[in-house]
Design a protein around this ligand. Structure first.
Ligand code: IPE
Ligand code: IPE
Ligand code: MG
Length: 238
């Protein structure tokens, strides 16, 4: 059972394990990515159902550009198909769609689609869905530093909040919970600045097998935790 008052406002998911899912079945890796995209659809709906306000999905990292060209090309095709299919659904569900990362490196047709989706969904009032595409945390921080420096800001005026406003995630809350599937226990350059106090949940399940029930299990696990942010527990005696 989930406690409605402790639903994380922002959940980030590192959707990992598509390739291994396919390889285990003797299928091409892209089949894993296709099944992974179906899983994303289900988890987005599940997140909305419990009232998560912001969901960030790590779909393609800046390091993923180094993969063999055929995999990158087919991944981009799949991404385009996925976005085209979901556009109406996002409008119907009132989803606000945003992206983070170096999206200008994506194929032109995807960039155009993203621009249109961001513009058309901006006035929606439902869940904010953020796709991390061509995203890397260190890259985002460096780009923020460049913008900060060229803004001519007085160094004494630089604060965590002002720095935050130069990041791709400007205006969004930090993730309360970051989930990673596939048994890997690392952050792989995801939301480095924003995840300073995130809770982490690692699932051994490969992303195409990650069900709504397991997602809720992660939320339940999160709800059992005590977040301290460096302070002493509330029950502690002075
Ligand atoms: C995650 O699955 C999706 C992307 C990185 C695009 P992987 O493709 O990394 O799958 P594994 O980790 O090789 O199994
Ligand atoms: C992280 O997965 C990126 C995404 C899920 C999009 P990777 O499979 O690229 O990360 P590593 O290589 O295992 O660290
Ligand atoms: Mg992987």
């Amino acid at each position: 059972m989930l406690l409605s008052e402790k639903i994380p406002a922002h959940v980030g998911i590192i959707m990992d394990g598509n390739g291994r899912w396919a390889e285990l079945r003797g299928l091409p890796r892209i089949e894993g990515h296709r099944r992974g995209s179906e899983r994303a659809r289900e988890i987005i709906a599940a997140a909305m159902e419990v009232g998560i306000k912001t969901l960030t999905l790590y779909a393609f990292s800046i390091e993923n550009w180094q993969r063999p060209k055929p995999e990158v090309t087919t991944l981009m095709k799949l991404l385009e198909i996925y976005l085209r299919n979901e556009f109406n659904e996002f409008m119907e569900k009132g989803i606000v769609f945003r992206t983070i990362g170096e999206t200008w490196r994506l194929p032109d047709n995807i960039q155009a689609l993203i621009t249109e989706m961001e513009a058309r969904t901006a006035g929606n009032t439902g869940m904010t869905l953020i796709a991390a595409l061509s995203y890397g945390g260190r890259n985002e921080i460096i780009r923020a530093v460049k913008k900060l420096v060229s803004s001519g800001i007085d160094p004494d005026k630089i604060t965590e909040d002002s720095f935050d406003s130069f990041l791709d995630t400007a205006g969004l809350p930090s993730p309360d919970l970051i989930i990673r599937t596939s048994g890997e226990r690392r952050i792989s350059n995801f939301l480095l600045w924003q995840g300073a106090y995130s809770e982490f949940y690692f699932a051994d399940t490969l992303w195409p097998d990650f069900t709504k029930d397991e997602f809720y299990e992660a939320l339940h696990d999160y709800q059992m935790r005590e977040r301290r942010f460096g302070a002493v527990p509330l029950r502690a005696k002075p």
